[in-house]
Every structure is written in C-alpha cells, then in structure tokens.
Write a protein that binds this ligand. Sequence first.
Ligand code: UDP
Length: 375
Amino acid sequence: MSAPRKILVIFGTRPEAIKLFPVVAALREVGGLDVRTCITAQHRGLLDQVLAIAGLQPDIDLDLMEPGQSLDRLTARLLTGLGEVMDAEKPDRVIVQGDTATAMVGALAAYYRKVPVGHVEAGLRSGDIWQPWPEEVNRRIVAPIADQHFAPTETAAQALLRENIDPATVHVTGNTVIDALHWTHSRIAADPSMAAGLDDIAARFAGKRLILVTTHRRENFGGGMEGIARALGRIADRPDTAILFPMHPNPNVAVAMDAILGQRDNIARIEPLDYPHFIRALEMAEIVLSDSGGVQEEAPALGKPVLVMRETTERPEGVVAGTAKLIGTDADRIVSEIFTLLDDSSAYSAMARAHNPFGDGHASARIARIVADER
Ligand code: UDP
C-alpha cells in the first residue's frame, strides 16, 4: 500500500487560522491523507488565540513575527523559511488561504518546487490594486499558481474565469468562515463560559444601544483612523449608545484613538477578543462598524447591519444582499450613517436580515472531499 498523500496547510494570521481550522479538521476527517500544518506566525498573539480555541497544535512553527517588520523583510523571510519547510516535508500538495503575505509566498515557494497549490477563498477581487493593499495583489498572485481554486461564492468563481483560470479547477464551496462561525456558535451554546469574559461589559452597557467597532486596515492608518476616532467621539456623545472596541494590536490604531478619542464612560476599548468572545460581541451589537474582511462575512450571517469603513470591497455579496454598506472613513459620513440606523427603524430593519451569501457552513467538507478525491 502506498503512503498517504501529504497535504501541507500553511497559515500565519488570525483570519487565516479562523478560516482554516475547519478545513484542517475536515481534511483529517476525510481520511487517507497525511495532513501537516505549518504556521508562519506572521501575527503571533492573535494567531495563538485562535489555535488555542480550535485545539490546533501546529506541526511546524516558523515564528517569523518581528515588531515593525517591513513587507520586504517579511516576504523574504517567509520565502526562505517556507522553502526550507517544503524541502524537509516534501508535501504532495500545499494549501493556502486568502490574501496574506503568508498565502502569497506559500504559493510561490510551492511553485518553485512544482508542488500543486490549493487556494481557499480564491477569486475575491476589489479591482483596485491599492485597496485592500497589499492584499489585492497577494490574492491575485496565487491565482495563476494554484490548480485548485476554492471560490467562496459564484461571484468569486466568475472573477477567476474572467482571468482565464481553467473552469475545471474552480470549485464554488462557500466560505469556511461560516463553518468556523457555526462551530464556535454551537460550542458557546453548549458552554457559555467560553464567552463569559464579556459578562461585565454586558452588565455595564445594559440598556444602551451597542455598536461594535473593529479597525486595522493599512489604508486607514493616518487620516482614516483620525476620521474614525472623531466619529466615535461624536457617537459616544449620545447617552443612549455604547461602543465596544476590541483594538487590533497594530500601534497605529491606539495612537490615533489615544490622541483624539481618549477615555469615555460609554466606550470600552479592550484587548482583541478571542473568537468565541468576538462572536458573542457580534450577537450583542445592534450595529457593526468595521473595516475587516472577515467581519463583513460574519455580520450578514448573524443578521447584523455592518457599515464598512472602506471605499471598495472584494466582498460585494454583503452589499448586494443589503446587510453591508460601504461608507469610507469620513467622520461626518460615519456619524450620519450610524445615527440613521439608530433613529430610523425602517432603515435598520432593511439591513438587519440574516443572509448567507458567503456559505452554508459546509465549505470545509466540500474542500476536503475535492482534495481527497484527487488522483
Ligand atoms: N476577530 C476576533 N477578535 C477580534 C476581532 C476580530 O476573533 O477582536 C475575528 C473576526 O471574527 C474575523 C477575523 O477576526 O473572523 C477578522 O480578522 P481581521 O479583521 O484581523 O482580518 P481581515 O478579515 O480583515 O483579513
């Protein structure tokens, strides 16, 4: 009997871990594969939070994060580090996810060794190489290399076909973030203590209308972040609102918030939440204000209006479904969009409908079946 095919799954940041832990579980469940995981730890703390919750022990940890590391240096270290891992592991297939430097370089290192690549969350395109930067180009670079494209939606699949990707290699699977959301949701339902760290905030803000805020995009550092900080201050002037703001550890976020926003009674600026706590925060919130990619996918699944602080999105499905709206980072615009949702119940209910444009929670099983059935 021949040895099982070796599949090397590579990831480095929080969103990749959230979107790949269900895939790793499904690949292990499908049987007949030797599934190995390599983390680059491009982000350290946020990644480890997800690994702990998912019970995932990586086989290889490159531990490449350095504070303030340039994209050049990160890319170079990823390429040599991942190349060495591939030379030692000799995988039959590499799997990468999304649009990070880890995904782009993981695909490139595999290509240099003629190892086939599967791309989870393939085909998202904003059409603008500067937004999201540098993720739009990272994701595009994986496309001509991969020979298995796991597109979350039909829109993403169509984008790949327009780039002359062989249709036989494009599979519409749904987004694995919905698998992660369902899994975590049922874990919290069985054991609410998994998200009990928010009990104090729930008590402190009881009776207030809660707005959940996240921001971390590079394009928003500087002027954008200042606009966001000014808007949050004006929203917090309303005594009926409260803001829950788990802050990304990137120092650019805290600098702007400290300078402009300061401390306010009805704003809780807290450490990044682990995934179960973040899901609970989404459920507690009346409105979500975010520039995150993953949050644009989770909020519609939970029927929460999400105002997206970007000019473009590579995830138009939430906007088309009416649960997400692109509003940029101008302070006046943010304030007026939030106040409309707070004060106009028909505007609110038009956005607050649960949709699943991003998947049905079974994407990982589909991906694992395709990988396992490969001859
Ligand atoms: N998230 C989390 N804790 C937080 C903020 C976000 O677990 O405090 C999760 C969120 O649910 C989503 C993912 O992190 O699944 C999004 O990651 P991020 O915003 O860092 O990256 P992006 O999705 O924009 O690439």
